[in-house]
Design a binder for this molecule. Structure first.
Ligand code: C2E
Ligand code: MG
Length: 540
């Protein structure tokens, strides 16, 4: 439409120009003729008029041309403005687009990678494992899944704080990255858990070699805040397809193997076997029943007498936890306490034991002011404030006096030698609570640490006591422990004394107290009063 109008205007202009030119030519012809023929004034005017007409047409045309040029200019300016505006909008759009692409890239990174170590996270690891398994299925090949759990990060976290623990994690991740080969994936599954996926490792021998390389890479001490830390790794290994036909099953079984490696004492690796699977299932079943044991009233305490060896006085009772499950029957504490420690349920159990033992001890006859001994798991010292908060309100003012409570702690706790543990032990000692090292002589006894912490007594492990008669090494160890405790001014208790010969040996070498079947097994709570009434009153 616009083009037709422009064409029409152009035609008009052409015709106007032609008409003006014709008029001008006619005027010139007329002027020349009038001059030559001397036609008079009227013709001259006529000629002038004819000449003026094309001029007027020209002026009109020039004015319209000018107007058109201005309108063109305006249109040109407007379209330039529009173009600039469009350019600006385009630029903004491009920037927005770049930002969005970057944001999406970051989102994808965060969804797939671990922020701390920059390793693939659990999601991506599972995806890679699934891809490797798909490929292995096609090629009839194997995939090795290697679960790695690192040990002391929690301790670093507790003693040096979160940033130090994070540095340790990063350093461990870097060392693991150096060990793995191009085709492998090393991922952080969360916490202290890492996974190595190795599509090309297909023999037990090469898997062992790789696991040994991982342990070797992690064994040099880690330097954090000028302190050296030893990281102890446990590794569980499982192969596709033999140990798991899909990623979940393979991971679960590598995890089962990892637990076996941990059980065997860390810094080692273990391959998955079918028997382990059974053990893992039993463990899961035990765990689910234990979760209800407190609320369902399935727990109770029994009390084993502790006697002075010199005159057979009863000086105290050790509270021992019992679990009678309606589904599983009686479950041994050596079975459910470690499980409770691994799953975090131990805190609930400790609280239950302390509350019940202290309130039962408060009912014991006053003429027998006995000590109450309670076992405390080393796991409680990961957060000693919680233990102190549970314990302190139970003592004093009409309840059990603090100096009649004794806490038994295993020596493994001392070997870890954490400042927070020392502070908590000092606090408890200052409040008058007695502290005793349990199972002394069973493992890595660190005698020097006995000097460092405020222990009142040590309890010699019952396996060592039972070896006295048949193993000269055990007899020598008991003598050495008694001599050393004597020198340090620490009282001694012998655990698991079953025969008079053992009791006599201990008496001769200056052991103060003993407990064991020789003197009496653990009593039910309602048997304690009768038992105490049957014996002569004792001094504390
Ligand atoms: P423990 O603290 O060394 O407790 C002594 C264990 O030796 C008890 O086993 C006791 O019944 C047993 N025993 C006592 N006298 C003899 C004896 O003459 N010969 C033999 N062979 N054994 C004897 P129990 O009750 O099965 O407890 C085992 C372990 O479970 C305890 O060892 C302790 O480490 C743990 N435990 C028990 N109750 C608790 C608790 O309330 N809290 C915590 N954290 N651990 C507990
Ligand atoms: Mg004990």
């Amino acid at each position: 439409m616009k083009a037709a109008r422009r064409h029409f205007r152009l035609q008009q202009a052409k015709h106007a120009t032609l008409a003006a030119a014709a008029l001008a030519v006619a005027a010139i012809v007329l002027a020349v003729t009038a001059e030559l023929l001397d036609l008079g004034e009227i013709w001259r005017w006529l000629t002038l008029l004819l000449l003026a007409l094309p001029m007027l047409v020209g002026i009109g045309f020039a004015l319209r041309l000018h107007e058109q040029i201005r309108s063109l200019q305006r249109r040109f300016d407007a379209s330039r403005q529009r173009r600039d505006e469009l350019q600006r909008v385009n630029q903004r759009l491009e920037q927005e687009l770049a930002k969005r692409v970057d944001y999406e890239r970051r989102l994808a990174y965060q969804a797939n990678y671990d922020d701390l170590t920059r390793l693939p996270n659990r999601g991506l690891a599972l995806d890679r494992l699934a891809q490797s398994i798909k490929r292995a299925r096609r090629l009839n090949a194997k995939v090795l899944g290697m679960f790695i759990d690192l040990d002391p990060f929690k301790q670093v976290n507790d003693s040096l704080g979160h940033p130090a623990a994070e540095r340790l994690q990063r350093e461990a991740a870097a060392r693991l990255t150096e060990v793995h080969r191009e085709a492998d994936t090393v991922a952080r599954l969360g916490g202290d858990e890492f996974l190595l996926i190795c599509p090309d490792v297909d023999t037990v021998g090469s898997a062992e070699g790789l696991a040994e390389n991982v342990l070797a890479a992690l064994s040099p001490p880690f330097l954090v805040d000028n302190q050296e830390f030893l990281v102890r790794a446990s590794i569980g290994l499982a192969f596709f397809p033999a140990d798991g036909n899909d990623p979940e099953q393979l991971l679960k079984n590598a995890d089962v193997a990892l637990y076996r490696a941990k059980d065997q004492g860390r810094n080692r690796f273990s391959f998955f076997t079918r028997e382990m699977d059974l053990a893992a299932q039993q463990r899961l079943m035990l765990e689910s029943h234990l979760r209800h044991a407190v609320d369902a009233g399935e727990l109770r305490l029994v009390y084993q007498p502790i006697l002075a060896l010199a005159d057979a006085r009863v000086v105290g009772l050790e509270a021992l936890l019992r679990w009678q499950s309606p589904h599983l029957g009686p479950v041994d504490p050596t079975e459910f306490i470690p499980l409770a420690e691994d799953t975090g349920m131990i805190h609930e159990l400790t609280r239950w034991v302390l509350e019940h033992a202290v309130s039962q001890a408060a009912t014991w006859p006053r003429e027998h002011p006995l000590r109450l001994t309670v076992n405390i798991s080393p796991k409680e010292f990961a957060l000693p404030e919680r233990l102190i908060e549970t314990l302190m309100p139970l003592l004093g003012q009409g309840r059990l006096p603090a100096d009649r409570l004794e806490l038994e702690l295993t020596e493994g706790l001392l070997v870890q030698d954490q400042p927070a543990t020392g502070n908590a032990l000092d606090y408890l000692n200052e409040r008058g609570i007695r502290l005793c090292v349990d199972d002394f002589g069973s493992g890595q006894s660190a005698l020097v640490l006995l000097q460092r912490y405020p222990f009142d007594a040590l309890k010699i492990d019952r396996r060592t006591i039972q070896g006295i008669a048949r193993d000269p090494a055990d007899a020598a160890l008991v003598r050495a422990i008694l001599a050393m405790a004597g020198a340090l001014g620490i009282e001694t208790v012998a655990d698991g004394v079953e025969t008079e010969a053992q009791a006599e040996f201990l008496r001769r070498h200056g052991c103060h107290y003993a407990q064991g079947y020789r003197f009496g097994a653990a009593l039910e709570a309602d048997e304690v009063a009768g038992f105490l009434a049957a014996i002569a009153p004792v001094r504390a």
